[in-house]
Design a protein around this ligand. Sequence first.
Ligand SMILES: Nc1nc2c(c(=O)[nH]1)N[C@H]1C(S)=C(S)[C@@H](COP(=O)(O)OP(=O)(O)OC[C@H]3O[C@@H](n4cnc5c(=O)[nH]c(N)nc54)[C@H](O)[C@@H]3O)O[C@H]1N2
Ligand SMILES: Nc1nc2c(c(=O)[nH]1)N[C@H]1C(S)=C(S)[C@@H](COP(=O)(O)OP(=O)(O)OC[C@H]3O[C@@H](n4cnc5c(=O)[nH]c(N)nc54)[C@H](O)[C@@H]3O)O[C@H]1N2
Ligand code: SF4
Ligand SMILES: [Mo]
Length: 765
Amino acid sequence: MKKPPSQEPEEQLTVTPPKTWAAGVPAVTHALEYSLDETSVRRTGVTLLSINQVGGIDCPGCAWADPSPGHRHLNEYCENGAKHINDEATTRRITADFFRRYPVSELSRRSDLWLNQQGRLTEPMIKRPNSDHYEPISWHDAIGLLADELKALDSADEAVFYTSGRVSNEAAFVLQLFARAFGTNNLPDCSNLCHESSGFALHETLGTGKGTVSLEDIHHADLIFLVGQNPGTNHPRQLSALEQAKLNGARIIAVNTLPEAGLLRFKNPQKARGVIGRGVQIADLFLHIRSGGDLALFQGVNRLLLEAEDARPGTVLDQDFIRANTSGFEEFDQHARTIAWDDILTATGLTREEIENVRDEVLRSERVIVCWAMGVTQQRHGVPTIREIVNFLLLRGNLGKAGAGVCPVRGHSNVQGDRTMGVWEQMPDSFLDALRDEFGFEPPRAHGLDAVNSIKAMREGRIKVFLGVAGNFVRAAPDSEITEDAMRQCGITAHISTKLNRSHTVCGRTALILPTLGRTEVDVQATGKQFVTVENSMSEVHSSHGRLEPASKVLLSEVAILCRLADRTLDGRTAIPWGEFEADYGTIRDRISHVVPGLQHFNRRVARPGGIRLPNPVNEGVYPTPVGKALFTCNAWEMPQVPEGHLLLQTLRSHDQWNTIPYTENDRYRGIHGSRQVVLVSPQDVSRFGLSQGQRVDLVSVWNGTERRAKDFEVVPYPTTPGCAAAYYPETNVLLPLDSVAESSNQPTAKSIVVRLEPRTGDAV
Ligand SMILES: Nc1nc2c(c(=O)[nH]1)N[C@H]1C(S)=C(S)[C@@H](COP(=O)(O)OP(=O)(O)OC[C@H]3O[C@@H](n4cnc5c(=O)[nH]c(N)nc54)[C@H](O)[C@@H]3O)O[C@H]1N2
Ligand SMILES: Nc1nc2c(c(=O)[nH]1)N[C@H]1C(S)=C(S)[C@@H](COP(=O)(O)OP(=O)(O)OC[C@H]3O[C@@H](n4cnc5c(=O)[nH]c(N)nc54)[C@H](O)[C@@H]3O)O[C@H]1N2
Ligand code: SF4
Ligand SMILES: [Mo]
């Protein structure tokens, strides 16, 4: 067993020029270095070779899709996939001794990196009221205690069940079934913080919340937009798909506030030309946009397309498509022509010529795909921006045909599947009716609490029980200090987790750690070895089979913990066969077949190599909106108000982290090493504010007369758009006000925080 470090790392910041290409050999070497540091050679080999293979382990990293079964490489994973797998497969262990040694008060001051480095959790632990230590507890007592707390509530709505997209379909289905049979829709999830804006906008305009494209579509598109996403770091195998598209003649337009390495050039480590050659240029056009300017950009492009149609009627817009499949074109057309060019140019920071170049690329392309991620969704105008992207695609009939469509690029490996399984605080009545018919109980109909509203309810003392599954709520949520206070108001906080994180150290009066199997591990139940299923960003549902020996013999699977908890809490109040579900996950899938449209005969169909592709009605030419057509919309925006002397800060991921968990202090592609306490500022702003490289500053966010502070960051001059700054999440979540949310979706605006930089000497800039 490897020994974890006992001290926090003490490195110095060094800065080198940002990289201009992604992946290639250094990426592979780097992944192996990380693997071998964390695990043994044998465990590394076993896990890596089975990642993303038919009958193997689904990568627990991002939700990017796998090539079809006949087209997979022997190494069908990226550098970061290898890191995520090995972070779970580590041979380091946390035992009861660890918790005897470290009081919770000390653990709560440790860094996220250090907590994660301590290794896998191995046995259930409890922190009792008035104690500062976790101590061991049996599974029977731990689950019984949580069940008793739930049963003692005055209302089921005093409980909250948070989950991340790391859990399987089976665990997600069981979780939501339990919550609803118990009587609440309080099912906040990481999607509330991630692609909620996409779901809202797509539902409203297309009648379905999911992306419409497949990998094949990406390969055969003529033009692909990458808007507000960093594929080199966050979806590295997307670069292989983009490479393929380029070899087939596609053009790519990247829109970002940062010139990310993966947007510029890709060296594919699986191909000789990627190892020794210059690789493939990714973006043909790079638009260095101002933060939040994407809505204005697409409005500008749309207006130019309408004017091009005026000049050459019948040649630009797909009039037949618009007539047959859409509604609201006339209003949209009128509105689009009223938007002032000056406003578009100010909001985007681009020149008119750059936007005209986009129009020209579009006019040359029959099949267009727009991909986007957090740069778009985590904005005040995230929902209208995506609606405008839909307007853009509808104008030329770029939906419901091969090589075209919408591609919200999902984060967690099963975040889309969790929603399909009913993990959402606002599931429609059709789903709740199906649950009722299948299981014979009446699910609650009132919408539950999402992530932001859960924090508000906890703060007000309205939540007594918090159960977190597979995430790190305290660090993922905005306004860290407020969120931590809110958690401490709960009577009991419990977490089903694989590794130690900050949420375990910010406790209710009582706290439970319920350690669980990871996706890489063999899961044996009463009827034998089990597998689970997940759904990727392209609506493909397939199986994942754990291969490794569990980190401890004591671990239970997520499904087992949830089924036992449900059984003990509901005391036979429903006829749901929790024991059968735990013994044989196939019986859960049978019931999913009856509840979730598109998954009929789930067990039989998922056994096929490649699994099941869920139908998307848009690809059948069906738009299940209230009017039965895709909707054009008129979208208004206001410029974010950034007072003089302030910047718009985005909080983002480094190359070496998985969400709330940094793996190291480095961000290789951006040339930052040895520290995450950095703020990236454009050279223009560095000189405008009289700052210098390496200067220490506090970041102070201002919001409705209140201030929040993140202390002691070093300034790094970086080619971000002037007026915009960037710093890492979760260290800067303390700056993100709980009330600063996207319109309609209530998603925190993690890419748009108004800040000023205050030199540590105390003089404000
Ligand atoms: N290695 C690794 N992979 C991951 C994750 C991880 O933490 N580590 N997390 C997973 C998860 S859950 C998710 S949701 C995804 C996230 O994937 P991304 O969305 O790629 O992640 P972020 O780091 O948040 O980066 C957002 C990008 O948007 C850009 N941006 C910011 N503001 C704007 C803007 O106003 N306009 C435009 N056009 N661009 C802007 C930023 O410069 C950055 O390139 O990644 C998934 N994959
Ligand atoms: N400021 C800011 N905040 C953000 C974002 C941002 O860009 N900026 N991004 C948001 C986004 S997109 C997301 S998705 C959220 C992510 O938020 P979460 O999904 O809540 O956070 P993670 O960091 O993925 O959770 C890590 C923990 O999951 C547990 N875990 C890992 N694997 C397993 C498993 O197999 N089973 C179980 N039971 N537990 C497991 C481990 O204990 C680990 O410590 O953060 C959001 N918050
Ligand atoms: S691209 Fe995403 S799913 Fe694929 S191997 Fe990398 S992290 Fe895993
Ligand atoms: Mo996410």
